[in-house]
Design a protein around this ligand. Structure first.
Ligand SMILES: Cc1ncc(COP(=O)(O)O)c(C=O)c1O
Length: 528
């Protein structure tokens, strides 16, 4: 895609039907909403709990991005009431040990009913609002041109005014379609950090996925306000080294899930854009957690404290040529996703594949009701009360663990707390999977299900070799609007208990694994 074509496409935003997408007329665009409440993520909390980001060896190494907020109270008020509840089955450690053995020590193999607090993922596990359930009722199931599609399209392009929007059943379907079109042997796809499905979809086409995150992003204990930033010099060097003709696209993941849920600044996106412009390369965002990223920009980046979240999102969009999206994150839905882009030729090829594998371009693997849920979710996710609660409650868990001396990726990310298993279990070598050992211990002791993000997830290579991952993490992802502060207090108690006995934990070995994405199905056994 030539730079000129990219520029032209960016200047003229049109929808699937060629309608101009005029966002200035939307109330969110036209008016800068007054900022209500606190403008601080963890500010008030951290004044009472001066740990984590505001303390430690790197204090002062970065700008004071935790501006004091206006919050008066320490208690996190969930900005919703609960109208419908699901029972949690209480189990004992003995029951859970038996369940664990049956599951081959892979927490993905558990029956979810045997899990007490499920922090496996924040993907599709959120609670929907009354408005979203109303949308589900309203869902129009016409095969083509459903009103639900147009409501979805409006909600997407209000924030992400790309010319083409291609709905998919989830994020990885968008990745699969895009990389089938632009990947292939000899191609190189740089990203700050590819998520596992993104990497796998790139590699499946024979292309190479290369991570070029800043050095701070690879070090769990180093403080930086935007640890998800791309290393712009490394990107430039990679392009020169591999040849611009072999790089179809540059990707940036916001927030950087595999790197600890860390945000990317607008300044960094602008710098990446400048490199892309220099070489005539398109820039795509893996935008799964765009609203959380926008909140961090508002909190931490100079000049954005008074900006409205939708305006920050549109500023990110204006720097990019396309996006892949999982609606299971920041569209607050249980299923769904999309691919959006400006380039007509790529869009045509992607739509052709969509019809083969997903469905007609106005539903793409989803029911009309799913499109409605995402449309309503997209309006709710940019609400500041929601985002303040969301980011602050994740910080609540992380800061309490840091206060107990439990090593976590710092600063605390948006959707999850990442325990540093390598630091907590130095006696377990990487190829004995310390993250897996820790995740199993949290389940056995407290029924908490987390997810290993380390050598199990990233150590296996297409040629069959295995190397240690850059970090050995256990991700405790917080489902949106699901757990209360007392659930999280229980999690804190269990983790403290396990950490107090960390030297008793043993490593694991793999007894069975598939050739790709092994973390989903591999079976393990504890080492003697
Ligand atoms: C950053 C990122 N990209 C892509 C995906 C894939 O999305 P999905 O699970 O909807 O296929 C995920 C899912 O967790 C993700 O976190």
């Amino acid at each position: 895609m030539a730079a000129a074509a990219i520029g032209a496409a960016r200047r003229s935003r049109r929808d699937l039907n060629g309608r101009p997408t005029c966002h200035a007329s939307h109330p969110q665009t036209a008016s800068k909403r007054p900022i209500t409440g606190a403008s601080c993520t963890a500010g008030a909390w951290m004044r009472h709990h001066p740990i984590g980001c505001t303390a430690g060896p790197n204090r002062g190494a970065v700008r004071d991005y935790h501006r004091p907020g206006m919050d008066r109270w320490q208690t996190i008020i969930e900005p919703f009431r609960i109208k419908s509840v699901e029972p949690i089955r209480l189990t004992t450690p003995e029951m859970r040990e038996a369940t664990l053995a049956e599951a081959g020590y892979n927490l993905f193999n558990l029956h979810a009913a045997d899990v007490l607090i499920d922090l496996l993922t924040d993907s599709g596990t959120g609670a929907m609002s009354a408005e979203q359930w109303a949308g589900i009722q309203r869902g129009d199931e016409s095969y083509a041109g459903s009103p639900s599609w147009f409501r979805f399209l409006d909600a997407v392009t209000e924030l992400w005014p790309f010319k083409h929007v291609i709905p998919t059943h989830q994020g990885r379907a968008a990745e699969k379609i895009l990389f089938s079109v632009i990947g292939g042997p000899g191609q190189v796809i740089p990203s700050n950090t590819h998520f596992d499905t993104t990497r796998a979809n790139v590699e499946f086409t024979g292309a190479e996925a290369v991570d070029v995150v800043i050095a701070e992003g690879r070090s769990p204990s180093t403080e930086h306000p935007f640890k998800g930033n791309m290393d712009v010099e490394a990107l430039d060097a990679l392009i020169l080294d591999r040849g611009v003709e072999n790089i179809p696209v540059v990707f940036v993941t916001i927030t950087n899930n595999s790197g600890g849920g860390q945000p990317v600044s607008l300044a960094n996106l602008r710098a990446v854009r400048a490199v892309c412009d220099r070489y005539g390369l398109p820039l795509f965002l893996d935008a799964c957690r765009f609203a959380e990223n926008a909140w961090f920009i508002k909190e931490r980046e100079d000049g954005y404290a008074d900006a409205a979240i939708p305006d920050i999102v549109r500023e990110m969009a204006a720097l990019a040529d396309g996006m892949t999206m999982s609606g299971k994150k920041d569209a607050l839905a249980n299923i769904g996703g999309w691919l959006a882009l400006d380039d007509d030729a790529w869009a045509e090829q992607c739509r052709n594949l969509l019809i083969l594998t997903e469905g007609f371009p106005t539903y793409g693997g989803l029911a009309g009701r799913d499109l409605e849920a995402m449309a309503a979710g997209l309006r709710e996710v940019v609400d500041e009360d929601y985002l303040r609660y969301r980011i602050r409650s994740t910080a609540y868990l992380g800061e309490a663990l840091l206060a107990s001396g439990i090593p976590c990726v710092r600063p605390i990310g948006g959707h999850a707390v990442y325990l540093d298993a390598a630091a907590l279990l130095p006696h377990i070598e990487p190829l004995a999977y310390p993250g897996q050992a820790l995740a199993c211990a949290l389940y056995r002791e407290g029924g908490i299900r987390g997810c290993e993000i380390g050598t199990v997830m990233f150590g296996q290579h297409p040629d069959g070799t295995e190397t240690p991952a850059a970090m050995e993490l256990v991700r405790l992802a917080i489902p949106r609007r699901v757990y209360t502060q007392s659930h999280i207090d229980y999690v804190i108690e269990v983790i403290r208990w396990v950490a107090g006995r960390s030297e008793t934990l043993r490593g694991m070995r793999i007894v069975e694994q598939p050739s790709t994405l092994r973390h989903f199905t591999a079976r393990f056994a504890p080492l003697a």
